[in-house]
Write a protein that binds this ligand. Structure first.
Ligand code: 5AD
Ligand code: SF4
Length: 451
């Protein structure tokens, strides 16, 4: 469980009379949504790190993997006690689990005041007005194709952050057979480029230097916008407008990774040399059953082209083990693909059946202990490869952007997305510095500042 307040601990909380606490589960998209909710409520509510003093608590949920509902109900059980102490406290559930459960959530947790889905959250203010006028159990879980992500013209409730995320699209049209996203986040909707540019502008004004564009499948950005803009041209526009930032994006679907997009890595100075490209499996049979629309050789061909265009690019991925029908041979093919690509980092998951998805109905589900065993072996292999990849940087000098300082320990990031830890002063936060890499760890590098 992540509590949003941690990101905002430098925000002044003096003006607004009421207190808001948001608990965020899941991905960066959810964190972004939590920030939008806080932003919409600025002026009415200020953020508090203290659950006990909150007038409004929102739990922003994620349902992508495992026991999401169970986790939510056990958290709500704990929050219910706060409502007993403070009957004026309002309690809301947002995000993907909220979208899935809708009004059913009130049956199990009648003390919850409102439920809002990923589109509904933009109508949060109206919904709270309704509650203030005495309405009970309000829900907004509409998902429509006509929805547009509104531009929120209010300052972001954050200060001092060097890194920020900007959603460029919401939803997904791909329907990978294991994935709940298209059902809970709806169809793909792109934000107008002007909104994205304005948002980046305000972040840059606040001192942000490293921007990650977010979407379930950023490569298909622009679909349905009605004017001629695609993802490479959006990147180019951002690169032209903000030549001093570091630019990243996630997530890319391999089937939509065009040559034109790959060329951006050599063409655009702001675009960092890192790509997260989820492969999910190395078996063509499984990729087909996942509805991924590429096979392992096509994936390898994309990787080859990326490395030809941008030789030092780091590539990270997502993998699923134990998808229905995955035989020992299929699994072995995934291990072979990991060896062939040599990912810098991989996020690996046991397949988890999601209610309502196609794969949840497949009859050849894999036993839990087989999945666990496969995951352990895969992680052993990837940890070894990942460390070797990181070790390539030992003894080298890298330019890093310093993000944070705590007790004279600096946390910085390379363009290739490695986290680098070192000793240093807080006045270096936000600056680019040269660092000598002394040692590689599993998921970070240890450096020394060069003067
Ligand atoms: N089971 C396991 N992993 C999943 N992911 C998405 N849905 C599931 C599921 N049902 C993983 C995929 C995706 C990442 C965000 O989560 O690897 O890329
Ligand atoms: Fe889910 Fe596939 Fe869409 Fe990614 S591309 S969000 S895995 S359906």
């Amino acid at each position: 469980m992540k509590s949003l307040i941690r990101e905002y601990d430098q925000v002044s909380v003096t003006k607004a009379p009421k207190r808001l606490h948001i608990i965020t589960f899941g991905c960066q998209m959810n964190e972004y949504d939590s920030q939008r909710m806080a932003q919409m409520l600025m002026g009415r509510y200020s953020l508090t790190p203290n659950l006990e003093e909150a007038d409004l608590i929102i739990v922003n949920t994620c349902s992508i993997r495992e026991k999401a509902e169970h986790k939510l109900y056990s958290l709500l059980g704990r929050l219910k006690r706060l409502k007993r102490k403070n009957p004026a406290l309002k309690l809301g559930v947002a995000g993907c689990v909220a979208q899935q459960l809708g009004d059913r959530l009130f049956e199990k947790a009648p003390y919850v005041d409102f439920v809002i889905g990923p589109q509904g959250l933009y109508r949060l203010v109206e919904l709270l007005d309704g509650l203030e006028q005495g309405d009970l159990h309000l829900s907004d879980v509409q998902l429509t194709k006509e929805f547009h992500i509104p531009y929120i013209d209010a300052p972001l409730p954050r200060k001092g952050d060097i890194r920020a995320f900007v959603t460029i699209m919401q939803g997904c049209d791909n329907f990978c057979t294991y994935c709940i996203v298209p059902y809970v986040r709806g169809r793909e909707i792109s934000r107008p480029a002007d909104h994205i540019i304005r948002e980046i502008e305000s972040l840059v004004e606040q001192g942000v230097r490293d921007i990650t564009l977010l979407g379930q499948n950023v490569n298909s950005y622009g679909k349905g916008l009605g004017h001629n803009i695609d993802f490479p041209s959006l990147l180019e526009r951002i690169d032209n407008s903000f030549p001093d930032i570091r630019l990243r994006f996630t997530t890319s679907h391999p089937k939509d990774l065009s040559d034109e997009l790959i060329d951006c890595f050599s063409r655009l100075g702001t675009l960092c040399e890192h790509l997260h490209l989820p492969v999910q499996s190395g078996s063509d049979k499984i990729l087909k059953r996942m509805n991924r629309h590429y096979n392992s050789s096509q994936y390898l061909e994309r990787v080859e082209r990326l490395r030809k265009t941008c030789p030092d690019i780091t590539i990270t991925t997502d993998l699923i083990v134990g998808f229905p029908g995955e035989s020992q041979e299929d699994y072995q093919e995934t291990l072979e693909l990991i060896k062939a690509v040599r990912f810098d980092q991989a996020f690996a998951f046991k397949y988890s059946p999601r209610p309502g998805t196609a794969a949840a109905k497949f009859t050849d589900q894999v036993e839990e202990d087989v999945k666990s065993e496969r995951l352990t072996r895969l992680l052993e292999l990837q940890n070894q490869i990942g460390l070797e990849q990181y070790k390539r940087f030992e003894g080298k000098t890298c330019e890093v952007l310093v993000e944070k300082c705590q007790d004279s320990r600096l946390t910085a990031r390379t363009r290739w997305n490695h986290v680098v830890n070192m000793e240093g002063d807080s006045d270096l936060v936000g600056r680019l510095i040269n660092v000598y890499i002394e040692r590689a760890c599993h998921h970070s590098l240890i450096g020394r500042i060069l003067h």
